[in-house]
Design a protein around this ligand. Structure first.
Ligand SMILES: [Fe+2]
Length: 303
């Protein structure tokens, strides 16, 4: 059975020992319950209604080209029939979080590990661990795009190396602020012609009902131009909305990023400051200076 109590942990977080060294398992699609398919339907319908106005063109195109529907949690085999011929990627099932080296090895070989479980219906907007909705709905549409496909593979290779030399914290910030929480500038039609807008491509945002709106429309967070070294010095929130989103001028920037020799940057990162998530620097290219209202509201609520 795939039904899990609300507080259940999965994969590595549950102290699980893998049967296979790469941690893959069968998706076990036939074991999903009607409740679990219904949870997928709720999540799917909410996001597909929102994202055409908020996500970048490439995300929406990927989402529409894949065999995803509200009816049921998708079968990975069916997704792979479309995804693999397009960019060489495939989705493989894992029981939850996996060790870093296993994760990077999958990415380096164009396999995206997806949790096979789905969150419980009473925790639609609170996600402790990436589930099948986050991993498939959030990530796979962008894996249909050749630039993101190359970027994530190269990130996997860089991750294996960063782990060996003790630079994973710094490299992980690149993944966080791009693949998970990235925004990109996009030309959109407006009353006065064409204008620049900020759009979502990060899976952590695209799979979140509340943060997808917050990231693009809230006056609270900073939105600043992506700068690699700045990003690698910046901590992030794992427990709440981001205080800062980094914006690419174009998805094509990811390719240049993936080809960068990180070694001189790692060297520079051995000295100099680290930044808090809400910091704004005089050197930042600011798209929007956030008013921090959301963060202050949270602090008041807690205090
Ligand atoms: Fe993710």
């Amino acid at each position: 059975m795939n039904a899990q109590p609300a507080a259940a942990k999965h994969g590595l977080a549950a102290g699980l020992s893998p049967t296979r060294t790469d941690w893959t398992i069968d998706q076990g699609w036939k074991n999903y319950t009607a409740h679990e398919h219904a949870t997928w339907k709720t999540l799917f319908e909410r996001q597909t209604a929102l994202l055409p106005q908020l996500a970048c063109r490439e995300f929406v195109e990927g989402m529409r080209a894949l065999p995803l529907s509200a009816d049921s949690i998708p079968e990975f085999a069916a997704l792979n029939e479309v995804l693999k011929p397009r960019t060489g990627w495939q989705v493989v099932a894992v029981p939850g979080l996996v060790p870093d080296e296993v994760f990077f090895d999958h990415l380096a070989n164009r396999r995206f590990p997806s949790g096979n479980f789905i969150r419980s219906a009473d925790q639609l907007d609170y996600l402790q661990e990436p589930d099948v909705f986050h991993d498939v709905f959030g990530h796979v549409p962008m894996l249909m795009h050749p630039v993101m496909a190359d970027f994530i593979q190269l990130y996997g290779e860089a991750g294996l190396r960063a782990q060996r030399i003790g630079k994973l914290t710094e490299l992980a910030r690149v993944y966080w602020y791009t693949v998970e929480f990235g925004l990109v500038k996009e030309k959109v039609k407006a009353e006065a012609g064409v204008e620049d807008a900020l759009r979502i491509y990060g899976a952590g945002i695209a799979s979140s009902f509340t943060e997808s709106v917050f990231s693009v429309q809230s006056p609270s967070p900073h939105r600043i131009g992506f700068d690699l070294e700045r990003v690698m010095r910046t901590n992030y929130r794992i427990d709440d909305f981001q205080e800062c989103y980094f914006v690419l001028d174009s998805l094509d920037d990811l390719l240049a990023l993936a080809r960068i020799d990180f070694d001189p940057i790692y060297e520079r990162l051995n000295s100099g400051p680290n930044y808090a998530p809400g910091d704004l620097l005089t050197t930042d290219r600011v798209f929007q200076c956030g008013d921090g209202g959301y963060v202050r509201g949270q602090a008041t609520a807690v205090g």
